[in-house]
Design a protein around this ligand. Sequence first.
Ligand SMILES: Nc1ncnc2c1ncn2[C@@H]1O[C@H](COP(=O)(O)OP(=O)(O)OP(=O)(O)O)[C@@H](O)[C@H]1O
Ligand SMILES: [Mg+2]
Length: 404
Amino acid sequence: MGNPQGNFLTAIDVGSAKTCALIAEITDAGLRYRGHGVADSRGSRKGVIVELDKAVASIQKAVEAAEDLAKAPVEHAIVGIGGAHVRGVNSHGGISLGTRPREIGRDEIKQAVERARAIPLPADREILHLLPQEFILDDQPGVHDPLGMMAARLEVRVHLVTAATSATQNVITAVNKAGVHVDDTVFEPLAAADSVLRADERELGVCLADIGAGSTELIVFQQGAVAWTGVVPVGGDHFTSDLSVGLCTPLSEAEKIKRVYGNAIVTLIPEGNEVEVPSVGDRPSRLLPQRLVGEILEPRARELCEMMRDALRQSGMYEVCLAGVVLTGGASRLPGIFDVAESVLRRAVRLSWPAPLAKMPSTLSEPEFATLLGMINYGQRARIARGLQETRWGTRLKAMLVGA
Ligand SMILES: Nc1ncnc2c1ncn2[C@@H]1O[C@H](COP(=O)(O)OP(=O)(O)OP(=O)(O)O)[C@@H](O)[C@H]1O
Ligand SMILES: [Mg+2]
């Protein structure tokens, strides 16, 4: 931001359905809302830019609306990265400090973390996040910050989030072409977690599912740290296209019907209700039973929840989620999806609304803005951490430890 005190933070979320920007001011009393803008996403699909010029135009529209409200220009921003190209992998590394225990300094922590990040990566992938899970001092696990402690051997377990370099670079290029410098990138559900998860949930073990338009991103926390991340390639747009095909209606009409009459549990829709469904071409619209809408949506909701369950089981994370599953993202607003998730996942499920910023309009307190709001919180923590530790790995490390 072109703010003389550098007191503003901007976040940009280039989603599959909407592109949005949020400007917050850092005050002594905490973060304060200053402006936001939302534009329909054009040129991006499932976290990947497919038409650069259209994506740039959407970003510009969202940023300009936010600038108008904040009455200040946006020059820098933190930007979200998501989609099926993102992968998470656990790694560990360690160093010997000698035959006798000695004090652990920043250099030793850095060396251990560097060993953990040194995994072979294909040329077209890059590390988006390096998230420490725990340090192990000799045989003592569960250490969050080993600085100043004594040990003969220092090991660290980390979760690495990797992304396709081209996909990440194209989002950065689009934001740059919209006239904004990218200060940092963040995996979207990691940001969303900042605005919707509680500390006790992260400690006990919880899965956050961000059900967006193109995909559902999963992140599991245990003992305050990221244990696993994953992506399921189904989102709200799959529900819409099922309705479009099943009811033989244009996508735009299917989207409206989903939002107004949709329910993922057929039996929650009163028998006898009817819905007017526009046809394609010149044919007249038809009156169809509302339950037909549920009959189309319910199998898709079950499929999505089964894919989430299978992903958690295959990664050994199902047992970890003792505090259950938290749903966020625009598609989590579909009535009945909560019930389907509880019955398929057999875990406590809750819907989530992001924690608001001071002075923020209530329209932003919706699940589809959890990522955007979380990015502002993440950006603020990274800023604080940068003051403590200048190196890039240190920023990530400290940001994680502060949040744990
Ligand atoms: N009331 C509602 N009922 C059902 N679905 C809804 C409702 N409101 C929004 N959605 C769906 O939520 C999806 C958009 O969610 P969101 O804004 O979180 O996506 P995005 O961030 O743009 O996409 P992604 O995260 O996949 O890149 C769309 O598929 C939309 O149809
Ligand atoms: Mg999203």
